[in-house]
Write a protein that binds this ligand. Structure first.
Ligand SMILES: Cc1cc2nc3c(=O)[nH]c(=O)nc-3n(C[C@H](O)[C@H](O)[C@H](O)COP(=O)(O)OP(=O)(O)OC[C@H]3O[C@@H](n4cnc5c(N)ncnc54)[C@H](O)[C@@H]3O)c2cc1C
Length: 367
C-alpha cells in the first residue's frame, strides 16, 4: 500500500486534513477532480477569503450553527478560530479582524491563503484532474477506490468532497440528510433593477432576521438574504426601515428629496405608491402617507427562485459520525470533513471555520 490515507477533495477541509496527517508522518494522497487545488477557497469573501470568525468563546461560536452546532464542540476546542489564526500567522500570513469579528488575510487575497496551504503540502502526493468515481467495500471497510478508472488502496480514506458526490457517498450506507441550497440570493418577480447595487438595513419578517440587504438586477442578496435563504418561501415580506416608527417628512421639501431611505429607494417607493415625487411634503394626502408607510414597513416580493447558493444545507448525518474524530460509525476506515457533513453556518467566516476544524480533527485521528 503506497499511501496511509487517501483524501477526496482539496477544499479547505481536505487541505487542512492533508497537512495535519502529513505532519504526523502519514503518507497522503490528495485527490481533486478540478485542475487546481483549493475547492471553493479562491471564490470566498469576494476573493478576499473571510477565513474565520474571531469568536473565541466556543459556546457562542457553536450557537451560530443552530441545532447541529453541538457536534462541533470537540473540533472547535482543539482547533477553533484562535488556533486557526495562529496557524496562518505561523506561516507568515498575517490576519486582520474586521467588523462583526470577520477575519481576513491582511493581503485581502484568497489566493494567498491557497498558496500558503499549497506550500505546506510539499510532501503530499496531489492528483488533480482526478475524480473518485467508485469504491468497493468489504467487511465494513473501504477496500479500494476508483480514480480515473484506476484502483487505489490506502489504510484510511477521508471524504472532503464538499456539496457534491452525495450519490456516490450513499453507497457507503450513510444517511444523506436532505440537501438544500443555503447562503443563497433570491430571484424575484419584477425586481427593482434600477436599485441594483443599493444596500439597506432591513428586517425580514419570516424568518425574523435583521441585517444588510442588497438589491441586485435579478432580485435580492446581501448578508440578511443569504442567512435567511434556507427558510424563505414563495413570498418574502420585508420592513425596509426597521428603526422608523412613523413617517416624518419635511413639509417644505420635495418628496423626491426625502431622506428616510437612500434617494433611489425613496423614488422607487413613491413610484410604487403612485405618488408624484415633485409634490412637497405638505401636499401628501393622508391616504398617500398611509400607502407609503405600508410599503416601507411591509414590502412583499414574490420569490421565483433561490439562486447562487454558497453552501449546501444537509449532508452526511451527524448521528453516523464520531464527533471526537470525524470517523464514520458505519465504515471502519472512513472519515468525513467539511461541507459534506450535515452542518452549515451563517455568513461571516463560520463555514470555512468548521471545514478547517473538522479537517484538522480527521487529519489528527487517522489510524
Ligand atoms: C462565492 C462563495 C463565497 C464564499 N465565501 C466564504 C467566506 O468568505 N467565508 C466562509 O466561511 N465561507 C465562504 N463560502 C463557503 C465556503 O467556500 C465553503 O464552506 C467551503 O469551501 C467548503 O469547504 P469543503 O472543503 O468542505 O468543500 P469545497 O471547498 O467545496 O471543496 C470540495 C472539493 O472536492 C472536490 N470533489 C468533489 N467530489 C469529488 C470527487 N468525486 N473526486 C475528486 N474530487 C471531488 C471538488 O472539486 C472540490 O474541489 C463561500 C462560498 C462561495 C461559493
Amino acid at each position: 500500500m503506497e499511501h496511509d490515507v487517501i483524501i477526496i477533495g482539496s477544499g479547505p477541509a481536505g487541505l487542512m486534513c492533508a497537512i495535519q496527517a502529513n505532519k504526523r508522518g502519514k503518507k497522503v494522497l490528495l485527490v481533486e477532480k478540478n485542475h487546481n487545488i483549493g475547492g471553493k477557497l479562491p471564490l470566498t469573501g469576494n476573493g478576499r477569503c473571510n477565513i474565520t470568525n474571531a469568536e473565541f468563546d466556543i459556546k457562542k461560536l457553536i450557537e451560530k450553527y443552530g441545532k447541529n452546532g453541538k457536534f462541533l464542540f470537540n473540533a472547535f476546542n482543539l482547533f477553533g478560530p484562535k488556533e486557526l489564526i495562529e496557524f496562518f500567522e505561523s506561516q507568515s500570513l498575517k490576519i486582520k479582524i474586521e467588523d462583526n469579528k470577520r477575519a481576513f488575510p491582511v493581503t485581502n487575497s484568497a489566493k494567498d491563503v491557497v498558496d500558503v496551504l499549497e506550500s505546506i503540502l510539499i510532501n503530499v502526493d496531489v492528483l488533480c484532474n482526478s475524480r473518485m468515481t467508485d469504491f468497493t467495500i468489504k467487511n465494513k471497510q473501504i477496500e479500494s477506490i476508483k480514480i480515473n478508472n484506476k484502483e487505489y488502496k490506502a489504510r484510511n480514506y477521508v471524504f472532503c468532497s464538499g456539496g457534491g458526490s452525495f450519490d456516490l457517498i450513499k453507497k457507503t450506507g450513510h444517511t444523506i440528510n436532505k440537501i438544500t441550497p443555503a447562503l443563497a440570493s433570491v430571484k424575484i418577480k419584477d425586481p427593482f433593477s434600477e436599485l441594483s447595487g443599493v444596500s439597506i438595513d432591513v428586517l425580514i419578517k419570516k424568518p425574523k432576521i435583521r441585517g444588510e440587504m442588497l438589491f441586485t438586477h435579478f432580485g435580492l442578496s446581501g448578508p440578511v438574504i443569504l442567512n435567511a435563504s434556507k427558510k424563505i418561501s414563495n413570498e418574502i415580506s420585508i420592513d425596509l426601515a426597521p428603526d422608523i416608527k412613523e413617517l416624518n417628512i419635511d413639509k417644505n421639501k420635495l418628496l423626491k428629496n426625502s431622506d428616510f431611505l437612500p434617494s433611489k429607494v425613496v423614488l422607487k417607493l413613491l413610484e410604487l405608491a403612485g405618488i408624484n415625487p415633485n409634490k412637497k411634503g405638505n401636499q401628501l394626502t393622508k391616504a398617500e402617507r398611509f400607502k407609503l408607510f405600508s410599503l416601507i414597513k411591509n414590502m412583499r416580493f414574490e420569490v421565483l427562485e433561490i439562486v447562487n447558493p454558497m453552501v449546501v444545507g444537509g449532508g452526511v448525518s451527524l448521528k453516523e459520525i464520531d464527533s471526537k474524530t470525524m470517523k464514520s460509525k458505519i465504515i471502519d476506515n472512513l472519515f468525513f470533513a467539511g461541507e459534506v457533513v450535515d452542518i452549515d453556518g451563517p455568513t461571516g467566516g463560520y463555514n470555512l471555520q468548521f471545514c478547517w476544524s473538522t479537517g484538522y480533527l480527521a487529519g489528527t485521528n487517522l489510524d
